[in-house]
Design a protein around this ligand. Structure first.
Ligand SMILES: C[S@@+](CC[C@H](N)C(=O)[O-])C[C@H]1O[C@@H](n2cnc3c(N)ncnc32)[C@H](O)[C@@H]1O
Length: 211
């Protein structure tokens, strides 16, 4: 609890400066109530999916409460799953044959999106997550999901900036995993590699407001 508080204050100080941190602290009670209400609504939707597949993807978890040992944590965002409906809408809008594509979720958390992707014929499905507890949760969710059997699907524990982008067509997914320089660096590396390998690429950038 004290550690999480210290991390929150350190992060606010670095990203917002002294004046911004003071305002952040002043607004904290109001934001806390707003965030709790949003979380309750979103958890209810996600809990339905979790019950159906006997998995655990629900919850909004502050980055400060996560076990992350990475120098980029300061730019990371809190955990919160993409809803099944949002993912379905993205896939409906992309309307391509994905059977040659490797699906990559940058900042995959408990693996909710990896499980949704199982409903589509991706060649391979990969998630990259830097919190070890979320990664372990994703592994156990994958093991429990009925469609994961005999599919190439995995969660990798590590920093998205270190991800080795595989050859071939990629379908990348970003749901507010990180901001600032890390987002620019990962997107930059990804776009440059995709262009240099002349591989096809599709990217879904989710601009969902995460708490
Ligand atoms: C908003 S959640 C999205 C989870 C999942 N993609 C989904 O949509 O259900 C963002 C996740 O990105 C992870 N994350 C943030 N920065 C990261 C980084 N540099 N490398 C790997 N994971 C990161 C966080 O721990 C968190 O689980």
């Amino acid at each position: 609890m004290i550690r999480a508080l210290k991390r929150k204050l350190f992060r606010a100080w670095l990203l917002r400066g002294p004046w911004g941190t003071a305002k952040h602290i002043a607004n904290y009670p109001r934001n806390l109530i707003r965030d709790r209400l949003i979380a309750r609504r979103r958890n209810a939707v996600q809990a339905k999916f979790d019950r159906e597949f006997n998995v655990d993807t629900a919850g909004i978890i502050s980055l400060a409460d996560l076990d992350v040992d990475s120098p980029t944590w300061i730019h990371g965002e809190n955990y919160g799953p993409t809803s099944p409906a949002t993912f379905a809408a993205i896939m409906a809008a992309s309307s391509i044959d994905v059977s040659d594509f490797t699906f990559v979720d940058f900042g995959s958390g408990k693996g909710a999106v990896l499980l949704y992707a199982l409903a589509f014929p991706f060649k391979e499905i990969i998630g990259m997550e830097f919190s070890s507890s979320l990664h372990q949760c994703a592994e156990s969710n994958i093991a429990r999901h009925p469609l994961a059997n005999r599919r190439a699907v995995r969660s990798i524990h590590g920093d998205a900036t270190q991800f080795e982008i595989p050859d071939g067509p990629l379908f990348t997914f970003f749901n507010n995993p990180f901001s600032g320089v890390i987002r620019d660096a990962v997107l930059g590396i990804y776009v440059l590699r995709s262009i240099s390998r002349a591989g096809s690429c599709m990217s879904a950038l989710c601009a969902l407001r995460m708490i």
